[in-house]
Design a protein. Structure first.
Length: 256
C-alpha cells in the first residue's frame, strides 16, 4: 500500500560533482531544487516505509536491486553513483544519488546489482528497489505498474523521477512557449493536489512534442496511489535552463 510519494527531477547537474569547479558554489536555482528534493526524500524515509521504490523513465521496463549503480558518462562526466558497473538510466542514477544523500543508501554498499531489494542505509528495515519504466509506455501500462508496486509491501513509499517540459531549452529559453507553460502549470497543480485522476489522463503523445521526461513516472505514482486519499505539496517549480523542474511530496491523509 502506498503511504508516501515524492516527485523529483533528474538533471545531471543536481549531483554536485558534475558541476566541477562550481560544485562549492552551485547556481541559486540548482540549490533551490536540490534543497526541495532533499526535503521530499526525507519525507519518504520519515513515513517509515517497508520499501522505497524509485521509478524513472528509461528504454524499457526493468527492475534493479538496491546495489545497482548508474553513471553520467553519457554526458561526458566521469562519475559513477553506486558501487559497481553503471547500469541505471539517468533518472534512476539521480534517484540513487538522492537516496545516498539522505542516508537511505550507503555510498559504500556492495550488494549484487541483480539481487532483489535489500535493507540499506540508516533506516532499519527499509528496502530499496529501482524500477525503470519505458519513457513511451502507455498510460494504462504505467498505472498498472504502479498498482503492482504498491502491493509489494504493507507500507510502500515511491519516488518518481522526471523532468517536466524541456522544449524551451531546445529552442530558445528566452522566448515564451505558452503550450509548455500551460502543461507545466497543470502538472504542478495536479501534483500539489495529489490529483491522481488528472495525472492518469496525461497524454503520452505530448512527451515528444513538449520534451517531457517525467510523464510515465508520474503516472506510475498515480497508479500506486490508487484509491488511497493522499495530500500533496508542491515544494519547488523552477526552470533555470529552459527545463521545468518540479518537486512535490505526497502523504496519506490522516483519518483522525
Amino acid at each position: 500500500m502506498l503511504i508516501a510519494g515524492a516527485v523529483c527531477p533528474h538533471p545531471p547537474l543536481l549531483i554536485p560533482a558534475a558541476l566541477g569547479s562550481a560544485a562549492s558554489d552551485p547556481p541559486a536555482e540548482l540549490r533551490k531544487v536540490a534543497s526541495a528534493a532533499a526535503l521530499a526524500v526525507s519525507g519518504l524515509a520519515g513515513a517509515r516505509p517497508d520499501v522505497i521504490v524509485v521509478v524513472g523513465g528509461g528504454a524499457a521496463e526493468r527492475e534493479y536491486g538496491a546495489g545497482a549503480s548508474g553513471g553520467l558518462h553519457a554526458f561526458g562526466i566521469g562519475i559513477t553513483v553506486g558501487p559497481g558497473e553503471p547500469v541505471l538510466p539517468l533518472s534512476l542514477t539521480v534517484g540513487r544519488w538522492l537516496l545516498e544523500r539522505a542516508g537511505i543508501l550507503a555510498r559504500d554498499e556492495t550488494p549484487d546489482p541483480e539481487a532483489g531489494p535489500v535493507a540499506a542505509g540508516t533506516g532499519p528495515g527499509i528496502a530499496v528497489v529501482f524500477q525503470e519504466v519505458a519513457r513511451n509506455a502507455a498510460a494504462g501500462e504505467c498505472l498498472k505498474l504502479g498498482r503492482i508496486l504498491a502491493d509489494r509491501a504493507p507500507r510502500v513509499a515511491l519516488l518518481a523521477m522526471g523532468d517536466a517540459c524541456a522544449r524551451p531549452a531546445r529552442e530558445d529559453p528566452d522566448v515564451p512557449d505558452p503550450a509548455a507553460q500551460d502543461y507545466d502549470a497543470d502538472v504542478a497543480e495536479a501534483l500539489a493536489a495529489a490529483d491522481t485522476r488528472w495525472l492518469a489522463r496525461l497524454d503520452p503523445a505530448l512527451d515528444d512534442e513538449l520534451v517531457v521526461a517525467g510523464r510515465a513516472a508520474w503516472q506510475v505514482l498515480a497508479g500506486a496511489a490508487g484509491g488511497a486519499r493522499m495530500q500533496g505539496r508542491l515544494l519547488c517549480m523552477s526552470a533555470p535552463y529552459g527545463v521545468t523542474y518540479l518537486v512535490a511530496s505526497w502523504e496519506q491523509c490522516r483519518t483522525d
